[in-house]
Design a protein around this ligand. Structure first.
Ligand code: TXA
Ligand code: MG
Length: 333
């Protein structure tokens, strides 16, 4: 395994010198945590087997959970997939890239199995973050990057979150708090139909209306197995999470659990929980609020998911996963 040693602060400002340094570390087969518009990613060059292995080791990531490849040009994306996939790739890319959409397509034979975990497909996205794009360019090629958290923890939306999870040994380029705050929408194209494997800020409706393709939801076991990451407990703080759907139930929960409880709710409800610790319930803030709950050593987190959550499937998906709902009881996370 290549060993790369640098003596520099581990959280770097996103200056052009530091972006060049990040590129050098990646070209020399090291890892760099990079900001994207969704969450921070832990990046490696796709042609470095040793760096790809390090990603799994550093994160404690299950070996069967494949990585998203981040590209800075459509040509890079083309080089990763079978020629027959280019048409649909171009169609989705023209509408949604750069942006928070990962597209799963049949991969070219040369791509490392460490990225795809033996699947015949690869997930690709072009990030909207200019810093991420500059780092891919400085690294001289596409970067495989899962979220830069310890596996099972909430995804990091600041450089400090990355350091808290992965320790001071990982060089992180600081792009400030992520704009989106939850991970990209992951879609697979099957027989001309879009299957949403992981909901995100780009909704199924937007995908359908802007691409002209029909969207089907991944409900069957076969489809869920197509995206191994959906099987695992994710995004979880240490404190247990309870989901309630009315203000009355939330107040009752506080009465029974005591005041060392954090309530995550829409801002309009906060005044009702005077004397309690409250936090924001938005895509942008969810992960940082879950981490704040752990920092404050709260006993329990109560999330008030009222009717408006039906219109926010990606946020609801992350809250449910954090609470351990809708996943296999797989201990491998
Ligand atoms: O916004 C994001 O997507 C962030 C930033 C860093 O880009 N990345 C991210 O990566 O969330 P990660 O590794 O935490 O989640 C990747 C998801 C997992 O659920 C994984 O199973 C799925 O994408 N995935 C990757 N390759 C796949 C493939 N070939 N087929 C199906 N699912 C795949
Ligand atoms: Mg992740």
């Amino acid at each position: 395994m290549a060993s790369v040693r640098y003596t520099c602060p581990m959280i770097l400002t996103a200056s052009s010198e530091n972006i060049s340094l990040a590129g050098r570390i990646l070209r020399e087969e090291g890892l760099v945590a990079i900001p994207t518009e969704t969450v921070y990613g832990l990046a490696a060059r796709i042609d470095s087997e040793s760096a790809l292995r390090m990603i799994f080791a550093v994160k404690g990531r299950p070996a069967d959970n494949p990585l998203i490849v981040h590209v800075a040009s459509i040509e890079q994306a083309h080089s990763l997939v079978l020629p027959a996939e280019r048409e649909v790739l171009d169609r989705l890319a023209a509408e949604f890239w750069p942006g928070p959409l990962s597209i799963v397509l049949r991969k070219t034979p040369g791509l490392s199995d460490l990225i795809t975990c033996g699947l015949d497909t690869v997930a690709i996205r072009m990030p909207h973050s200019q810093i991420a794009m500059s780092i891919i360019e400085a690294a001289g090629g596409p970067l495989a990057a899962p979220s830069a958290n310890r596996s099972g923890r909430p995804s990091p939306t600041t450089a400090a979150h990355v350091e808290a999870d992965l320790g001071p040994g990982i060089v992180t380029v600081d792009g400030g708090p992520c704009d989106v705050g939850i991970e990209s929408t992951v879609v697979q194209i099957k027989d001309g139909l879009i299957v949403v494997l992981r909901p995100g800020m780009i909704s199924a409706e937007t995908l359908a209306s802007r691409s002209g393709l029909r969207v089907s939801d991944a409900k069957s076991t076969t489809d869920l197995l197509a995206s191994p990451g959906t099987r695992y407990r994710h995004y979880s703080p240490t404190a247990p999470i309870e989901i309630v759907d009315t203000v009355e139930d939330a107040l009752e929960a506080v009465r029974s659990y005591g005041t060392n409880t954090m309530i995550l709710a829409r801002q309009t409800y906060h005044a009702l929980f005077a004397g309690c610790l409250t936090g924001s319930l938005t895509e942008h803030d969810l992960y940082s609020e879950l981490r704040r709950a752990d920092d404050l050593l709260v006993d329990r987190i109560v999330v008030l998911c009222d009717d408006t959550m039906a219109g926010k499937p990606a946020l609801l998906n992350r809250v449910r996963k954090a609470a351990g709902i809708g996943i296999d009881e797989d201990p491998g996370t």
